[in-house]
Design a protein around this ligand. Structure first.
Ligand code: ADP
Ligand code: MG
Length: 708
């Protein structure tokens, strides 16, 4: 934000964007009709009524029913953004924030960043003004051109540090609440508190599959305000629940023909017979299936039956030997394909295989545009998936669940990525992610039996399976000291909480009373990065390598994934398109680095380069990431390391430059689990630095475990 000093009144205007230009709202046209066809439209009046009369409304509706794009617009149309107030809509993922904001701006016919804007970490595309007094920085009034603002839940949490009651918002819609990300859960806990102080604030909790009852119970507590005569004032405090029925459910199998290959004539005849019997035993005259055999022993006329057009509402099932392989193409409608795989490695392999396959088929262009999607990609690469598919082509997006399952293993202090089966809720959600503009097909590569009997109904809230270090420091910074007693939608385990408190204590962020230390704790909280990185930045000040460390921190935060280093390296090697590639990725790094630099200066840091003294850089990294220290096992020829705390077995990832070098002591930045636990982004250290950096953390280590 740009700070403009108003000299007379001692008032600061915190502005985030250039001046607004009024834009016309006449872009509606056919869009308006499209909007009215969405399932949520039938509930427009009901939703507005509930929001008017209830402090909290819970809206449940399947993916695609129009919750995210429509409800904020209804609110705006009903006047909730009048008088400079803002309607907020949070999303767990920044990619969703950007795409949904762009879509809503398009529907409203306005320029993105004005009436409709978005904010994600390091990027603010809104036009909002906060008027603050210079002395105490309390918000006096808000004047905003942006009426609907999409943002990540993490960003909204950060906004609370400057404006604890979120005064500029009239309605806050917490979207995709079923994902139960840590930030969403913290946000819900805090919003409940804010609501007691600001009963006029309206909350909407929207989700695809939430157990609405438990959410409702969570928001049940507050009492309604009463007037002098005892009459009830303001909105009703018990939550309202509304379920948006979606007539075009994605669980319905879209129509289309089916081609089945079996080995021989006998199998085919049996299958045809079984399918026809099945249809009859179901008691239906007509099953909707037209089952046709296809093999060379059939007469020409019988074979040609398969070419008769399928009547409306029917489905042709052709059961064939391999004669169909070459001579037959059933009609497969065009459309894009979304594939979910577990991790980056699988995805890169799949993309490569598909592209190779296309080339080996001898065709110049396969008709497929294959695109990977995972958090390690740059923003520009991720956004490629939104480019329209050219006519006659098919876009294939191969994706992780981009909010990856980040688990803390019971055995260690270390945050870790573990491959785990998805829940039924996320299976439905995945199906819903595709098929948004028209019906489609969903193939699931597990048995129905597994789905029905073994898959868990809902995922475990991230709060209960994840590292809580960032979460704890954010709450502390918001002045919430009794973290175990905090009113959570899902309580984290006390063990995980204690581990987080211990790491923060060792980082020097919390004192003996578990309060933020001054200035270190407050400074770490002020930097919008994970506490370990923030600590690394602060330590670089004394070590005289802040310029280098800021670069590392900026690169790490562009993608939130360290694999970037590797990609940058690869990008350089693949000359040709590399300069453009590097340019795109560098621009964002430079931008973020600039922002971090400004924050560092505000914190009073001295910006200095160590001029190639890598020892200083490694020491600064150690100051932040001492908890991830590992020692090479003596006599280990397989390169096995053990974590100093927890004695967990880990190996250097083959992509690391230290692979096979195997220094005796290392610190890693992250772990990936495949067949083994691999350390990514590894540096070698001197073990004496560990005691220097975190005496408390390593004080109970036996003498031979650490030291020489
Ligand atoms: P929900 O939040 O209930 O999942 P959305 O409001 O995100 O639903 O989407 C409602 C509908 O708006 C979708 O089914 C789709 O038809 C349309 N839509 C949303 N985003 C886009 C987009 N980027 N491009 C085209 N259509 C979109
Ligand atoms: Mg949505």
């Amino acid at each position: 934000p740009r700070i403009v000093d108003d000299e007379e009144g001692g008032v600061l205007f915190l502005s985030t964007a250039a001046s607004s230009s009024s834009s016309s709202g006449f872009g509606y046209g056919g869009m308006e009709k499209q909007r009215q066809r969405l399932p949520v439209y039938k509930y427009r009046t009901a939703i507005l009524y509930l929001v008017e009369t209830h402090a909290t409304s819970i809206i449940v509706g399947e993916t695609g029913s129009g919750k995210t794009t429509q409800i904020p617009q209804y609110l705006k149309e009903a006047g909730w953004a009048d008088g400079g107030r803002v309607i907020a809509c949070t999303q767990p993922r920044r990619l969703a924030v950007q795409s949904v904001a762009a879509r809503v701006a398009e529907e409203m016919g306005v320029k993105l960043g004005e009436e409709v804007g978005y904010t994600i970490r390091f990027e603010d595309l809104t036009n909002t003004f906060l008027v603050m007094t210079a002395e105490n920085f309390h918000v006096l009034a808000a004047q905003n051109t942006t009426m609907i603002k999409f943002l990540t839940d993490g960003v909204l949490l950060r906004e609370m540090m400057d404006d604890p009651l979120l005064t500029k918002y009239s309605v806050i819609m917490v979207d995709e609440a079923h994902e139960r990300s840590i930030s969403t859960d913290i946000l819900l806990g805090l919003l409940k508190k804010i609501q007691r102080r600001r009963p006029e604030l309206r909350l909407i909790i929207s989700s695809a599959t939430i157990e609405a009852k438990s959410m409702s119970a969570f928001f049940q507590a507050s009492k309604r305000r009463r007037g002098l005569e005892g009459e009830e004032l303001g909105p009703r405090m018990e939550p309202a629940i509304l379920s948006v029925e979606n007539y075009s459910s994605f669980l319905q199998e879209p129509m289309g023909d089916i081609l089945v290959f079996l080995t021989g004539q006998d199998d085919i005849d049996t299958a045809v017979k079984l399918l026809n019997e099945e249809a009859q035993s179901n008691g239906k005259k007509s099953s909707g299936l037209i089952v046709l055999p296809l093999y060379s022993g059939l007469s020409r006329a019988e074979q040609e039956l398969i070419f008769t057009p399928t009547p409306r509402g029917k489905r042709k099932v052709v059961i064939s030997t391999n004669i169909a392989e070459t001579s037959l193409t059933l009609e497969e409608p065009m459309g894009d394909i979304l594939v979910f795989l577990t991790g980056q490695d699988d995805i890169d392999t799949a993309v490569k295989l598909l592209n190779e396959e296309a080339q080996s088929n001898g065709k110049k262009s396969s008709g497929l545009i294959v695109l990977p999607l995972y958090s390690g990609l740059s923003r520009a690469e991720q956004e490629l998936i939104f480019t329209p598919t050219p006519r006659g082509k098919r876009k294939v997006v191969i994706s992780t669940n981009i909010a990856e399952t980040s688990l803390t293993l019971e055995i260690s202090d270390i945050e870790n990525l573990v491959v785990a089966p998805i829940s039924k809720a996320s299976a439905r959600q995945r199906a819903g992610r595709a098929g948004r503009v028209r019906p489609g097909k969903c193939y699931r590569l597990y048995t129905e039996e597994y789905f029905v009997n073994e898959m868990s109904a809902e995922g475990i809230p991230e709060m209960q399976r994840s590292n809580l270090v960032s979460c704890v420091i954010q709450l502390k910074a918001l002045g919430i000291d009794n973290i175990l007693g905090f009113d959570w939608p899902a309580s984290p385990s006390p063990e995980a909480m204690i581990r987080a408190l211990e790491v923060l204590y060792s980082l020097g962020v919390l004192d003996d009373d578990a309060k933020l230390t001054s200035p270190a704790g407050f400074q770490v909280a002020e930097i919008p990065l994970e506490p370990m990185i923030s600590k690394m930045i602060l330590s670089s000040n004394e070590l005289g390598c802040s310029e280098e460390i800021l670069t590392i921190a900026a690169i790490l935060s562009v993608q939130g994934d360290h694999v970037t280093f590797l990609n940058v390296y690869k990008g350089f090697l693949q000359s040709g398109k590399s300069s453009q590639w590097c340019h795109k990725n560098h621009k964002k790094v430079i931008e973020i680095r600039g922002q971090l630099r400004r924050i560092a200066q505000r914190l009073g840091m001295v910006l200095k380069s160590c001029e190639g003294d890598m020892k200083a850089v490694r020491k600064a990294v150690t100051a932040g990431f001492f908890a991830n220290a590992c020692r090479l096992e003596a006599f280990s020829h397989s390169g096995m390391y053990k974590t100093v705390r927890g004695s967990q077995e880990v190996y250097i990832h083959p992509s690391s430059v230290l692979f096979r070098v195997n220094p005796k002591w290392v610190i890693f930045h992250s772990l990936v689990s495949t067949d083994r636990q691999y350390m990514r982004n590894v540096i070698s250290i001197d073990p004496s630095w560990l005691r220097e950096a975190a005496p408390h953390f390593y004080q109970h280590q036996p003498h031979n475990a650490i030291g020489h």
